[in-house]
Ligand binder design. Structure first.
Ligand code: SF4
Ligand code: SF4
Length: 169
């Protein structure tokens, strides 16, 4: 299937419409967003999920389907995705800010408390964020997961971060 992702490197609004969780689900707690729209033979996300919230099934080129009601937002699937296509968003906190868990493969890693540029899917700066936590266990195989706090209005927009003077990821 040809997609905007293949042409431009990021998803079109139509493609996103099939991936984004309902606002009510985001407000309940952390939930995965699987922005995978290409029919490629791949299923580590399905195998990684401890609660079987992701189904690829057969053929293996099928697109992953998330059962948002089952997802507990653990984030285990993020580092397992070779396409860096999975994020976890959480809009359940009181106040104006929520969190995004995103894959990060640049070096050095950001530090908790650090202020970062919040980037959209095309790499454009759309705001600022604050790093809450950085997960980089050996099992993640060099893909760290950064939890960054941003405005709730940007939870479906921000998909990468950059730190002043460092590479984007
Ligand atoms: S965030 Fe956790 S529970 Fe949700 S789909 Fe990913 S691995 Fe499964
Ligand atoms: S692991 Fe990533 S690229 Fe592979 S099917 Fe799952 S979401 Fe798509």
């Amino acid at each position: 299937m040809s997609s905007n992702l293949a042409i431009c490197g990021y998803l079109s609004a139509d493609e996103l419409a099939t991936c984004l969780p309902a606002p009510e689900r985001m407000a309940k707690g952390p939930v995965a967003v699987i922005e995978c729209v290409q029919d490629i033979p791949c299923n580590p996300c399905e195998e990684a999920c401890p609660v079987r919230a992701i189904t690829v099934g057969l053929p293996i080129t099928s697109l992953p389907v998330l059962d948002a009601a089952k997802c507990i937002g653990c984030g285990v699937c993020i580092a397992r995705c070779p396409g860096l296509a999975i994020f976890v968003v959480d809009g359940s906190r009181p106040g104006d800010e929520g969190t995004i868990q995103l894959p990060y493969e640049a070096w050095p890693l950001p530090e908790p408390g650090e202020s970062v540029h919040a980037l959209d899917r095309a790499g454009r700066r759309v705001g600022t964020g604050t790093v809450e936590k950085v997960l980089s266990a050996k099992a993640q195989d060099h893909t760290a997961v950064v939890i960054v706090r941003v405005s709730k209005q940007l939870l479906n927009t921000v998909r990468a971060i950059s730190v002043e003077g460092r590479a984007e990821a």
